[in-house]
Design a protein. Structure first.
Length: 317
């Protein structure tokens, strides 16, 4: 196990270096000059010499390799640079936006998993060859096909305006993520239910479960103690990927609900050509995906004997 973890950490370092290099190159070939766009506005009243001094301070006139090396060293030392559009350190922006996005991702995933459990057990009660079973299994793909902004507006109209259950004005830090989490939870649960039901139907077709039913075990006990542990592996992988995507920023949902999260910050950085913010978000996103993927793989190694055989890892006593 230690050898495998060491291999994955080395692989993670290479992935992060590749993500940084690719993002740096892509941002370098963007049209326009971000420093000139920001400071060459006549309303600012800056002289050409002052603009030249600003470009020198940001290193905009250095060669590509020099910029690459300086930016890499700064990231390794935790210095993410200064935001061109807002004039504040990028670290300060991330300290404001990341906690909100983290709360939103956590609440959304918890709700999605709970809805997945309810949906998968409901699908088990409805055999796939019946009309009701076909209807139940067709609902998650239908829900997942709806645009996320449409679901966001629908949740606001029903939960906040019609039922008046949740206010959208003067709410707490956790209260402001309730409606967005409900929207994302319903949207993400559709993907999890689809994966879970497909895995569950495949596993439930094995003769073992007919034997358990013949012995008098209730369907709920068969599902909870025997079927769910054997069918959950694909859902764990899917959940990890969805959690990583949410931490990367749910830009549409945050925009609809007016949340100052990481996704909205990324949209503003792209509009303003704020290279330092964009590159920091890309590195943060890549780091999140690498960590989540590693955690998911370690969980699967504990749950799935076939995964241990695939990686040639013996279970430690």
């Amino acid at each position: 196990m230690a050898r495998y973890i060491g291999y994955r950490l080395l692989h993670a370092a290479l992935v992060l270096w590749g993500a940084y290099t690719l993002s740096f190159l892509l941002l370098q070939v963007l049209p326009g000059d971000a420093v000139l766009v920001r400071f060459q506005d006549p309303e600012l009243g800056l002289s050409p010499q002052q603009i030249a001094d600003i470009r020198q301070a940001y290193g905009a006139d250095d060669g590509v390799l020099v910029q690459y090396w300086h930016a890499l060293l700064n990231i390794l030392h935790g210095r993410l640079g200064q935001s061109l559009g807002m004039g504040v350190p990028v670290v300060a922006l991330l300290k404001i936006t990341v906690p909100l996005t983290l709360r939103l991702a956590f609440c959304s995933i918890v709700l999605a998993v709970l809805l997945m459990l309810v949906g998968s057990y409901t699908a088990l009660l409805c055999p796939p060859h019946t009309r009701l079973g076909k209807l139940v299994r067709s609902m998650p793909p239908a829900v997942h096909s709806f645009p996320i902004f449409w679901l966001s507006i629908l949740v606001i109209q029903i939960v906040s305006f019609k039922l008046r259950l949740v206010s959208i004005i003067d709410v707490s830090d956790w209260g402001q993520v309730m409606l967005p989490a409900l929207t994302l939870g319903c949207y993400l649960s559709a993907a999890l239910i689809r994966v879970m039901v497909a895995s569950q139907d495949r596993v439930y077709a094995q003769p073992l479960y007919q034997i358990l039913q013949a012995r008098g075990l209730s369907l709920l006990r068969i599902w909870g103690r025997h079927l769910l542990p054997n069918a959950i592996a694909p859902v764990i992988t899917q959940t990890g990927m969805l959690f990583g995507e949410l931490l990367a920023g749910a830009i549409v949902t945050e925009t609809v609900f007016g949340l100052n999260g990481l996704g909205r910050l990324a949209g503003q950085a792209v509009s303003n050509q704020d290279v330092a913010v964009m590159q920091s978000i890309i590195i943060l996103t890549a780091t999140v995906f690498v960590v989540v993927t590693l955690v998911v793989d370690l969980v699967l190694l504990r749950l799935e004997p076939r995964a241990r055989e695939a990686f040639k890892i013996r279970k430690t006593p």
